[in-house]
Unconditional design. Structure first.
Length: 587
């Protein structure tokens, strides 16, 4: 009986089951696949220098009783005498310092444990340093005007280089690096990064890195005025958002997709100007189809709405925290607070204001402290208009300004303002000739004028209009002519430089839409100028319907829908320092 038990014990040890008397297991099950691996970093050192040995326990089942592992440096290297480490499945890795001896050659560094095959790696020991070689990469390799690009310089395959190698980085003829920039590299500190600023004209620039005793290395940076940052595939979205991107506090852009995400019910994403795309949240059956442009509060939370979901399945207001937690703040109810909120939101004085498409449309107010959501105005569909899908904009007088796509005196839409108490005033009605069907949000410009766009006019092409915030309600219209764009669904953007930019969903050279610059007249009483800057080709992108946003470098970003030959995407564009008129507006 004793002999039988001893034989069973030996078998258990060999397969690392951790058996107890009677054949019961304590660490895992039978037929466990387990082993040790050993890696050295670096694998080549000078005499008397050191390397790090990393030992890892790899097991397909739980091993809770510590495995005692002994690391040996071989005949030409040493590890601290008697060094052992204890490994389990939950603590599977340990490291040890291996010190090379005073003789060149190879030393077999090994890791041993009872019941495991020995793991080993060869340490190459040299007597003289190896200088290695330099390499350089740029990320991204395609940059917009004035975009920041990261150049990474690496000292490769060097051994024992302890005196810092001074590396000089040059941006070439169309990019710049901080004057006299250098970085110091050694074998143990072998990589440095430097910010390279692209120039303000299209073309290639050769970024180079040089050092005494090394061959100069270089990489090509292509500088362009338009590029696709990210293509939205089926995992991201089957339909890109029409609401504009939000520029966050971190100079990244945030947006939503109407569908797509893990459950194909919409998503929230983040994208950097360099094009790094991150899926932040996938909507589920509790909150469906994000529908408004995001806004951000002082704590970094993203605020938005969904068209469906919530308690009544009529939409919701949500908050996405920086930690990635989505919280439903309020639920819409058709006929009470409205349903399917749309357009831009305004966060002001402790409350969130926006619009819904319930019946002829409503305007809502959500108070953060109380958590109360209420309808403060319901459109009748008559002279006050209907279908207010553009959202709201805060005016200098504390009123909230917006548009309706239809209704009004001529059935072609209205401009209105409303206060927090729900008192609405229709400012003017579009007559269909000067403009009709305003869809984009209004913007309040530095000159204290409001600017907006209409999809249509008497020529069915669209217009840019303006009116003073002072209360004088006579609007001035500047019309697109097709060659510079048509059907501008999105509102305008005023950049830090004071220029106005917009997108048109059709028109341009290929009739797939355009990016244009709008220049108001000096007195804002006569039409301004609309200058085409870029025509979408229908291959890489087409039909933009969202407003542009600006980064810290003055570049513009937006979204486009999918075409026959391309998927929905997010693009970047560099406006020229100056442009000439390509079309004169008319009344």
């Amino acid at each position: 009986m004793k002999s039988s038990w001893f034989g069973f014990y030996i078998v258990c040890v060999l397969i690392m089951v951790g058996c107890t008397n009677g054949g019961q297991t304590s660490n895992s099950t039978n037929n466990v696949a387990a082993g040790l691996t050993l890696k050295l970093n670096p694998r080549t050192v000078l005499v008397n220098d050191s390397a790090t040995a990393t030992v890892t326990l790899e097991s397909s089942a739980q091993i809770s009783t510590p495995i005692s592992v002994t690391i040996d440096g071989g005949d030409k290297a040493t590890v601290s005498p008697g060094y052992t480490c204890q490994l389990t499945t939950n603590n599977p890795t340990c490291t040890a310092t291996v010190t090379a001896g005073s003789k060149a050659g190879f030393s077999i560094v090994s890791a041993k444990a009872v019941g495991f095959p020995t793991a080993s790696s060869t340490l190459n020991i040299l007597t003289t340093p190896v200088p290695g070689t330099l390499s350089i990469t740029a990320n991204p390799t395609l940059a917009l005007f004035n975009e920041g690009v990261t150049a990474t310089i690496t000292l490769n395959d060097s051994v024992g280089v302890k005196t810092p190698v001074s590396i000089k980085v040059d941006g070439g003829n169309n990019a710049t690096v901080a004057p006299d920039y250098t970085c110091q590299l050694t074998s143990t500190n072998s990589t440095c990064e430097v910010l390279v600023k692209a120039g303000s004209s299209a073309g290639d620039s050769i970024i180079s890195a040089s050092a005494s005793g090394y061959r100069t290395v270089s990489t090509v940076l292509n500088i362009t005025n338009f590029k696709i940052l990210h293509v939205l595939d089926s995992e991201d979205s089957e339909k890109p958002i029409n609401p504009s991107l939000l520029k966050g506090n971190d100079n990244s852009f945030y947006g939503t997709t109407f569908t797509g995400g893990k459950y194909n019910l919409g998503s929230i994403f983040k994208i950097t100007p360099a094009g790094k795309y991150t899926l932040l949240y996938s909507f589920n059956s509790n909150e469906v189809w994000p529908s408004s442009t995001l806004t951000q509060d002082d704590q970094g939370n993203l605020l938005g709405t969904t068209c469906l979901g919530g308690v009544y399945n009529d939409g919701s207001i949500f908050k996405l925290t920086p930690a990635g937690d989505l919280i439903i703040l309020a639920s819409f109810q058709a006929g009470v607070t409205g349903d399917c909120p749309q357009g831009s939101l305004v966060n002001n004085n402790g409350a969130l204001y926006g619009v819904t498409l319930d019946n002829n449309g409503t305007i809502f107010q959500f108070t953060f402290n109380s958590g109360i959501l209420k309808n403060i105005y319901t459109f009748t569909g008559n002279t006050d208009g209907n279908f207010p899908d553009s959202g709201l904009t805060l005016g200098p007088d504390g009123f909230y300004y917006g548009t309706t796509t239809y209704g009004g005196a001529y059935g072609s839409g209205t401009v209105f303002k409303i206060n927090s108490a729900g008192n609405l005033q229709t400012l003017f009605s579009f007559n269909g000739n000067d403009g009709a069907q305003p869809r984009g949000s209004l913007i309040l410009a530095n000159n204290n004028y409001f600017y907006g766009t209409t999809v249509l006019d008497s020529a069915a092409i669209g217009s840019v209009y303006s009116f003073p915030a002072s209360g004088e309600m006579e609007a001035t219209f500047t019309h697109l002519d097709g060659s510079n764009g048509a059907w501008p669904y999105a509102g305008l953007l005023q950049t830090k430089s004071g220029n106005f930019y917009g997108t048109a969903s059709l028109g341009g050279a290929s009739n797939f839409g355009s990016i244009f610059q709008f220049t108001p007249s000096a007195d804002n009483l006569t039409p301004g100028q609309i200058t085409i800057l870029y025509s979408f080709d229908g291959v890489s992108a087409c039909n933009p319907k969202a407003s542009l946003v600006e980064d810290d470098s003055g570049n513009l970003y937006g979204t486009v829908g999918g075409c026959a030959d391309s998927l929905p995407s997010i693009f970047g564009f560099s406006p020229p320092a100056s442009s000439t008129s390509a079309g004169q507006g008319h009344n």
